[in-house]
Design a protein around this ligand. Sequence first.
Ligand code: NAD
Length: 435
Amino acid sequence: MPTDLRLPTNAIVQPDKDRFLHEENPFEAMMSRFDRAADLLDLEPGLYKVLRKPEKQIIVACPTMMDNGEIEVFTGIRVLYNTSRGPAKGGIRFDMNVTLDEVTALAAWMTWKCAVVNVPFGGAKGGVICDPLRMSAGELERLTRRYTAGIINTLGPDSDVPAPDVNTNERVMAWIMDTYSMHKNHTVTAVVTGKPVEMGGSLGRREATGRGCMFVTKEALAHLGMTLKGTTVAIQGFGNVGSVTAQLLAREGCRIVAVSDRTGGVYNPAGLDVDDVINWVKHHKTIEGYAKGESITNDELLLLDVDVLVPAALENVITTKNAGKIRARIICEGANGPTTAGADAILEEKGIFVIPDILANAGGVTVSYFEWVQDRGGYFWSEDVVNDRLRDIMVRGFRDVLELSRQHKVNMRTAAYMLSISRVATVHRLRGIYA
Ligand code: NAD
């Protein structure tokens, strides 16, 4: 079936102001973890300075003709944080709350995420300050093309490869790829990932992040001597990451006892039929009203007495306020930044095993890497090959981080940062400083 290139009605979501009420500034929150890891690595002062700064921050004005004939000028941002290990990789979001600070933090995050699973990419992120909910498909297309033209000198399969993020999708990637290709006078599929399969996308990309969460959760359970069968799981967020994680963990024998979305959650200690919930959401666009369990709030879900908690919705949901009350044995961070730096210490003290975001949700960027490899080779893999190679990379990433955490007697998050930073630093040392 050809991919539907219309934006699904639920693809563009209402910006949620609450999620931007950060407990911490996003860049500083991320950098506090960086600093701790850099300190433990005894990173030389020069490299510390290099790795603490973004390589390039681009801000472009994007004049766009609106449907009513008026011109609106949007602001577009692209940040390349570090490209020492390869082309910059990172999504583009369309949102009213995009700021240079947040985009820079997310670009740094991508740098560490690619390095932790040893994918040969650097880190980037982009954003356009706009309210896509209020824009027609035509306006979005014109804005996307103008933004692409504005940052075209940084884009390219060897330099900077965007992907979808908040409020962008494979249709937007198709426009970016087309605009770039028009400028180059030939089709360049590898300039973006997350494309429709018909034009160079990869099989298995849609499920990749959730599948990666499943692989690392399995590893964590094995590490802690827990069995998959009957393991209880609560998942916050039932979108791409949350629903696939739920489905795949259920197939492995886990009992998914609670799931939620922006409207709240449903809890059934006997276990939910995940396919049935997915079917409900497909028809009703929300979990609200699903009756085969009791209603719970998102806050209550986080505090359930379960073996595994998967925050797969928003940043900053596990904070100093609720971390002390969390009862899960394992937290698998499907979302980016669900735990504040302040909450880290509390979770550690409680002995909760946290699979940090930069490792737990790296399945998406890993299959993006596979997409780029397939585009460049012009040879496309079966879904089984994609999934097998994803498993190899995620399991190796988990074991590398675990090994480092044992060696240095630090938690998994610090170990993941240490591994990433040491990989990026090694390349800088080998390449030297060009002056
Ligand atoms: P999505 O839009 O498909 O789903 C988000 C889900 O979170 C929805 O069910 C939504 O209803 C829910 N949600 C929104 N606001 C909420 C709230 N206030 N409380 C509880 N639930 C709420 O998004 P996604 O692609 O699944 O991404 C989820 C998280 O995972 C994000 O942090 C994203 O950055 C991260 N992530 C996604 C990928 C990917 O490949 N999709 C990769 C890496 C990281």
